[in-house]
Structures are given as C-alpha cells and as structure tokens.
Ligand binder design. Structure first.
Ligand code: UDX
Length: 471
C-alpha cells in the first residue's frame, strides 16, 4: 500500500481539492477512502440514507479487507465525511465521481436509471466548474449520455469545457457571467473485491477518457501520487477498455474450464496445463484457475452487457455467448460429480464450504453457491453450510430450516455426519483446515473440490474419496 499523503494536496493545479463520491457501494466506498488516503478532501453520499448514516457512524456496510480500518482512519483525519443531502455534496465539490449501481435488466442490457438520475441532480446543482467522472461500469456511450442529460437539464448558459476550448475567444465566456462549465470523463474502476484497497493503491493502470485538456489535467494530477501508467483516451474508448478487460478475463476462465473438462476426459491435470501455458508471457498465468467459473457483480454482468452492445450495433460477438454458456454449466458439472459419487441425493447430508462468490468478500451476487443450494434442496438433500463472512447474506435468501438447511459456525461443524463435502469458495481458512479432523467428523469422507484447493495425492493418502475440477 502506498504511503498516505499526510501533507495534503496543496500545490496541485486545480482550484478546489474537494471531491464527492456519489454511491457508497463496493466501488464507491473503497474509491472514496483511497482518495482520502491520497490526501484529498472527500465527501461520500448515496441515495440510500441508511447506508450514508451507517458509513457516517464509522461502520463499513460490507466486508472488504482493510476497509473498516481505513474508514475509521479518515473519519478521524477528517479527510472523509459523509453528506446525506446529495445536492449539498454536489454543490460543495468540484470533482464528482459517479459510483452508483448499474444493475442488469433481464435482456442483459445495463439499467442506467441510477446514472441518469444522478446526472439530472448534478445538472440542477451546477455552481461553478464540475468535472463529472463516471466510474461505475457502464456500456460505451454512457458518458455521452451523461453529458447530454446534463446539458438538457442544466440552466441556460451551461457548456462543456471542450466547447470553450474550441471557441475562438474562450475568454468571452466566464463563469462570472452566469456561465456554468462542466466536463464529463470516464475513469473505469478495475478493482477486485477482496483486494479492493490494494488495487486502488497499486493499480496496474489508470484509464482516463477525457474530452478537454482541463479534465485531463485534473485527473492526471489526482492520480499522480499513485505513480502508475495513466492511459488517456477519448470517452468511448475508456468505456470499451473496461468492458473488453472483463470480457477477456471471463474468456480466459471459460477457456481453461473447457481445457479442464478435456483433461478429465483424456487424462491430464489442468493446473499443470495452466502453469505450462501461463509461463508464456503472451498468455500469462492469471485467471487460468479452472473450477466453478466466474461469478460476482461484474464479470457475468459485463459479458452480457458486451454481448448486448455488440448486438445493438450489429457486430457478431456471438463467441462471448459461448463463454457465458460454458460458465453457466459449471455448477451442474460439479453437481454431476456429487450425484455420480453418492448415487441418490434425497436425504443425504451435504456440507457446503464457502458461499461468497470468491474469498475475502461477503458478496453473494451471482455466487455459484446460490444456484447450488437451490438445486440441492430441490433434490431433497440436507445441507450444512459454512462461510467465514457471507452467512448473514445467504440467510436473507435461504432461511435456516430444521432438517433441510443449517448454518454452521465452523467447517468442522458443517462436516459432522455428512455424506459429502463440497468445497465451493477457496477461503484461506479452508486451505489451512485440519483435514484429518474433517475426515473423522464426516460419515462418508467424500470431498468434491470446486476450486482445486487441495493436492489430490495428499487427499487420497488421508483417506478421502476426492474429486476436483479438471484433474
Ligand atoms: C472483476 C474484475 O477482475 C475487476 O477488474 C473489475 O473491476 C470487477 O470485476 P471481481 O468481480 O471482484 O473483479 O472478481 P475477480 O477476482 O475478477 O473474480 C471473478 C470471478 O472469477 C470469481 O467468481 C472467481 O472465483 C472467478 N475466477 C477468477 C475463476 O474462476 N478463475 C480464475 O482464474 C479467476
């Protein structure tokens, strides 16, 4: 993690160092706190006032390593504060980061109503220059729509800086003459849940899509302390970079999952294949872990949105549909292993270890465990589940039910008297588990490893009937 800029940001070249982050979710809150850590004065706001109050009281609304500590630190340093009144947060800041949700509609298209709503509020609260930075993941041309929305709903005499830069005598239009200026920029966030703060402080790159020199200058000043490569592009290109990155990562995962299935069919070890191909720098080792596939808020949604965008613009990107189809089949693939080892599932006691879509988060969005629990309950299995962080969220979807579903306080309790253990999320806690103890607690020592966490030879030596993915 980079050192905090305790001297603040004096000397930077834009007039106000007040930033507002609109939306305090998985992207917004880490962004706000990391900007505070870099030395900026940051105001956080959200249309959900209960969330604003929770954050204001010093309590992080979701689990993310280091987040709670950073929140406490910057409430104390007073570089981060919350504001319940969104309009006030906008008026008191000159750089506004839009971090609102962009959930997906049934047809795969992103629902941009929250982005539009916030753009309209900004339009009605322009008091001096504002740089409006889109950080939420959005389809290409959203920044253009934000700009158009602001122009439509702002008072007369509101201009984008670019217009002024193109004017022959820009000095003719001054904010003091009742003229409002703004810019829209696209600054997509690449942070991963579970390592969000680390990703904010040591990004592989920062992408800034801008239309004016003024916007470019502000964003490059803002991120200079990070000392990383800044890629400056136009608005659409920046948006496409984000989508293309996530679609490519998803493609890598589906690709290796197919290679894994082939390894099982012909006899091979997918983890060794991943190592063997990943050492080629043109391929790279990251995102080649075979298993249950990709979940979470971003990858599945972005793949669908990219497919939708391509269809809208009559570009044949059907190959991404295949990436999605492969991913959708992963849960069934694992359940098939369970069925073929247990024969009948009705009445069998199954331990499920891990519920969140990946380790170090309590996020359940598009987590394979959700579909898995649904299917197993439907087939009459009795479930004993455990997760280090995500159980409260899962309880909201599936309540505890005697004889059907029990939430357990440890992986050992989950394994007690079970007929099989399913390893669904690769939490470090499970990697370091006392496996002989787990085996002794289980009625039948079957372990199906959806994340290739354990060494097959060791598991067999310990006496497990062990199955993994692609080995
Ligand atoms: C992702 C992108 O990585 C990030 O850049 C973007 O800003 C948001 O979306 P995130 O959703 O936090 O981040 O999770 P990520 O670590 O990318 O994992 C996504 C899913 O892929 C998880 O379900 C994970 O288990 C799965 N995965 C990842 C694999 O199955 N195999 C791999 O090799 C890597």
């Amino acid at each position: 993690m980079k050192q905090s800029n305790d001297e603040g940001t004096a000397g930077l070249s834009f007039e106000s160092n007040r930033l507002a982050v609109l939306g305090l979710g998985h992207v917004g809150l880490p962004t706000a706190l990391s900007l505070a850590e870099l030395g900026w004065q940051v105001t956080g706001t959200d249309s959900d006032t209960s969330k604003v109050r929770q954050v204001g009281s010093g309590c992080a609304p979701f689990y993310e390593p280091g987040l709670q500590e950073l929140l406490s630190k910057h409430r104390e340093s007073r570089r981060f504060r919350v504001e319940e009144n969104v309009e006030e947060a906008i008026r008191s800041s000159s750089v506004l980061f839009i971090c609102v949700g962009t959930p997906q509609q049934e047809d795969g298209e992103a629902d941009l109503s929250q982005v539009e709503a916030v753009a309209r509020v900004i339009a009605q609260n322009l008091n001096g220059y504002k740089l409006i930075v889109e950080k939420s993941t959005v389809p290409a041309i959203t920044a253009r729509w934000i700009k158009r929305t602001i122009q439509r709903y702002a008072p007369a005499n509101t201009y984008v800086t670019k217009t002024l830069e193109q004017e022959e005598s820009p000095m003719a239009l001054q904010p003091s003459d009742g003229v409002h200026l703004f810019d829209v920029a696209s600054n997509p966030e690449f942070l991963q849940e579970g390592s969000a703060l680390q990703d904010c402080f040591s990004p592989s790159r920062v992408v800034c899509g801008v239309e004016s020199e003024r916007a470019r200058q502000i964003l490059t000043d803002l991120y200079r302390p990070l000392n990383c490569q800044i890629v400056v592009t136009d608005l659409n290109t920046a948006e496409l970079i984000k989508h293309a990155a996530n679609a490519f990562l998803a493609t890598k995962i589906s690709f290796i999952n197919m290679v894994g299935d082939l390894c099982e069919a012909v006899g091979g070890d997918v983890t060794q294949v991943a190592k063997g191909i990943g050492l080629d720098p043109r391929i790279g080792r990251h995102f080649l872990n075979a298993g249950l596939g990709f979940g979470g808020y971003c990858l599945p949604k972005d793949v669908r949105a990219f497919i939708h965008l391509a269809e809208q613009h009559r570009v044949d990107f059907s190959f991404l549909k295949e990436v999605e189809r492969i991913n959708n089949g992963r849960v069934d693939r694992m359940l098939q292993k369970l069925r073929s080892s247990l024969w009948v599932l009705r009445g069998k006691r199954i331990a499920m270890l891990g519920l969140s879509f990946k380790p170090n988060t309590d996020d359940m969005r598009e987590a394979p465990s959700v579909r898995m629990i649904g299917k197993l309950l439907q087939e009459g299995a009795v479930l004993q589940v455990h997760d280090p962080q995500a159980m409260p969220h899962m309880r909201q979807m599936y309540a505890e039910e005697e004889g059907r579903l029990t939430y357990c306080s440890s992986p050992y309790e989950a394994a007690r008297d079970c007929d099989a253990v399913l390893l669904v999320t690769e939490w470090e806690e499970y990697r370091e588990m006392d496996l002989p103890r787990l085996k002794d607690l289980a009625r039948v020592p079957i372990l199906i490893d959806g994340r290739n966490l354990y060494d097959p030879n060791r598991m067999r030596q310990l006496g497990f009937e062990y199955y993994s993915m692609g080995r």
